[in-house]
Every structure is written in C-alpha cells, then in structure tokens.
Design a protein around this ligand. Sequence first.
Ligand SMILES: C[S@@+](CC[C@H](N)C(=O)[O-])C[C@H]1O[C@@H](n2cnc3c(N)ncnc32)[C@H](O)[C@@H]1O
Length: 275
Amino acid sequence: MNTAAVERHYGSAGIAERVLAAFRAANGPDAPVTPEGLAPFDHFHGRGITATQELAAQLALQPGERVLDIGSGIGGPARWFAAQFEVQVTGVDLTPEFCAAAEVLTAATGLADRVRIIQGSALALPVPDGAFDAAYSQNVIMNIADKRQFYREAFRGLRPGSRLALSNLCAGPAGEPYFPVPWAMTRDTSFLATPEAMRADLLAAGFTIAEFRDITPAMREAQRRTRERIDKGDMPKIAVDIIMGEHAREMQWNSIRTIDDGRGAAIEALARKPL
Ligand SMILES: C[S@@+](CC[C@H](N)C(=O)[O-])C[C@H]1O[C@@H](n2cnc3c(N)ncnc32)[C@H](O)[C@@H]1O
C-alpha cells in the first residue's frame, strides 16, 4: 500500500496554529484550552465528539487504564479520553504533521503527562505486546488495504481480556464513494471493506465480537443537519475544514452523498481479545 500517498493527503504545515486560532475565534482569546473546547476542531471524523462519546460508552474505561488510539490524528480523541476518564493514552499515527500538531495541542491542554503520540504505522505498531488494557480506532481503516494485518497488530498490542472499540466507514452496496472524500482524493488510497468482511477480519485476528452496530441512519441524519447548515451559510469551521483546507467543502458534500446513496456504511463495533 502507498502509505506515502496517505501521509501526503493528510499532512500540511501549521495545523496546530490553525486549530488554536479557530478555538480562540470561537471562545475568546483568554479561554482555557481544554479537550472539550477543542473538540469541534480536533476530532477529525464524522459526527465529531458524539461519535467519540459512543466509543467511550462501549469501552467503559477505568481510571489508570492504558489505552491505545490507532490512527490518532491530531490527538483530539486521545486528549478527550485522557481528561474524561483519567487514563493514559498512547496514540500512533502515520502522518508526521498530525503527530507534530498533536504534541503542540497536548501541551496547550496540559495533558502531556497522560497523552503520548508516536509517529508510526498501524500495520507495525511501535508498541510492546500486550501493553494495553483497551484500544480504539476511529475512521482510520478506510486508508488501509491490509485490514487483517491492522487487526492482528491491534490484537498483539492488547492484553488478554481487553477490548477494542471501532468506528469504521465500510463499503455500501451501491458502489464506490464519490471522490474526493475527507480520507482520500482518489480510489488509490481508499479501501472500504463490507461490514461482513470487517467481521470476518476481526474474527480471523483472534477477536470475539461483543457488539456490531450499523449506525448509518444516525450518520445520515447528522449529515442532513450539516447540509442544511451549509445551505443556510451557517456551518461553522470544524476539523475537516481546518485540516483539509481548500478541498474540505467538496469532500464533505461527497461524504454526504456517499452515505445517502448507499455507497458507504458506518459501523461501530466492540471486539474482545479472549483471556
Ligand atoms: C480521518 S483521520 C482520523 C483521525 C483520528 N482517528 C480522529 O478521529 O480524529 C484518519 C487518520 O488515520 C491515519 N492513518 C491512515 N493510515 C494509517 C496507518 N497505516 N497507520 C497509522 N495511521 C494511519 C491518518 O494519518 C489520519 O490521522
């Protein structure tokens, strides 16, 4: 797989500065920088913090647990989990500019003792075997062709008895996405598996599946509201605008059409590594 093309797709200079500028524009120059306040600008996936809260509900984290965020982006979810549940989060992300932005934003929130971001690949996680009590991954695997290796690596990083929460965009029955979408300019870096293939890949890696939900209707509803706001000229800047710049609006439109036309399915799942 061409990971350099994935990095090029996402990376740009000055991301942390743009996020902080958007945060200050929304909250005033002296507002304390908190994971909650940054959330509209640093959770880079459909349905923003609502989707992260749903992953959290599945994971039921306990204070002090060691949590792995696979494809941690600019670190918004990692900071939010660390602050909300008093856990230690390690994020791994491919895109160097995202890791650099995550470091600046983590320092700005005062969470550097609880959040660590490592630049690396989900297909060769730079973490020891069995090091984590829980893991999650939000809207990452659509960039990854070798999904079995992704799940094998997640399985290796978790201790027996632990859990993995996933929020994946899967393939819909009606054909491929309309490009460009937020995760890819073209089909060269977009790899959507069907929900059935996702289940099979998890089982092949050794996981059991505790929950598997198709949340496409909720995604469609959220996107309907976004479309209304875009139409009214009332849609504020969010993470996708800040990170993807000039192509963001077109990507958002295509994402909406992709879900509406049955070309994508949003899946949330909870998997367990057996004892
Ligand atoms: C849509 S963003 C989601 C970021 C983050 N999970 C969030 O929800 O805010 C997709 C992320 O996957 C990362 N990614 C894609 N392929 C990867 C790989 N092979 N290994 C690690 N990260 C990867 C990208 O760098 C990007 O940060």
